[in-house]
Design a binder for this molecule. Structure first.
Ligand SMILES: [Zn+2]
Length: 278
């Protein structure tokens, strides 16, 4: 009997939180889209995403996209099957199990769980799939200290590769040195899944991944100033999980935090992930 706790939503055996503060190492640009760009003579304004109080935010959905795409790269390097989660590229769809799964949700829930376990990748299980929420939730990051800047940029037409006449855009960005909150919460996460999330976070911290727009201009590098890990409940989830001896709470500044969390990242490196079956 396979232990499906990791993907079950009806029981909570473990609750894990990773939260802290991050600092921008370069400008950050998470936009809301253009406004006033219709008149070619005027300069379009391209503002950053803010909450109702005018504070810049990084939405949880942006984090999820960053984690999913970097995770995809990491899992492929481990020769594991993984989907992009973009458009129709979801495991259940790719394995042609979506209808079967959907039908069993109301008829035979155990069979639906078995199908989801066998025919989805780690990304689908962690970050969600068509009609199934993930085991991890990304909260919106809110700026706690920030400065805004603007840069006038020329919009290049992608189709023609030429500079469109008069297409100047005033691009707003959040200045380097600004600080944001960060928080992810997970239920029933195996140690290797925690290690996987931490591996992605460390790659962000080490400057291998940028977030937001204008990456080619060097935007979107961040570092974690400090992080706190808190963990309640069972310390091993599922038959394939790797044991890790650790504390219920670890709070450290960025580099030290990742140093202390190494056993989880090793658990990810050592885990034999048995799904998706093919
Ligand atoms: Zn998948």
């Amino acid at each position: 009997m396979v232990d499906y706790t990791f993907i079950r939503k009806d029981i909570i055996k473990r609750q894990t939180v990773i939260e802290g503060i991050l600092e921008l190492q370069s400008p950050l640009r998470i936009g809301v889209g253009k406004s006033g760009g219709m008149d070619p003579a005027s300069i379009a304004r391209d503002t950053v995403l803010k909450d109702t109080g005018g504070t810049p935010i990084i939405p949880g959905s942006s984090w999820k996209g960053v984690f999913r795409s970097e995770g995809e790269r990491i899992l492929r390097r481990k020769n594991l099957i993984v989907c992009s989660g973009v458009g129709k590229d979801y495991c259940l769809n790719n394995f042609r199990k979506y209808d079967d799964f959907q039908r069993n949700l109301t008829r035979d829930i155990d069979e639906a769980i078995r199908i989801f376990w066998n025919y989805t990748c780690l990304n689908c299980k962690l970050f969600g799939s068509m009609s199934v929420i993930g085991a991890v939730k990304f909260l919106d990051s809110k700026a706690i200290e920030f400065k805004l800047g603007t840069r006038t940029m020329i919009a290049i037409s992608r189709t023609e590769g030429a500079v469109a006449r008069g297409a100047l855009v005033q691009v707003e960005f959040v200045e380097p040195g600004s600080k944001f909150t960060f928080k992810i919460m997970g239920n029933n996460l195996p140690n290797y899944a925690i290690g996987y999330l931490l591996t992605i976070m460390k790659n962000i911290h080490d400057g291998f991944i940028q977030i937001g727009g204008h990456k080619s201009r060097g935007f979107g590098f961040i570092r974690f100033v400090n992080l706190r890990f808190s963990d309640k409940g069972e310390k091993k989830i599922g038959d394939e999980d790797v044991s890790v001896s650790t504390q219920d709470e670890i709070k450290e500044e960025g580099d030290k935090f990742f140093e202390k969390m190494k056993p989880f990242m090793e658990a990810f490196n050592n885990a034999k992930i048995p799904y998706p079956v093919h």
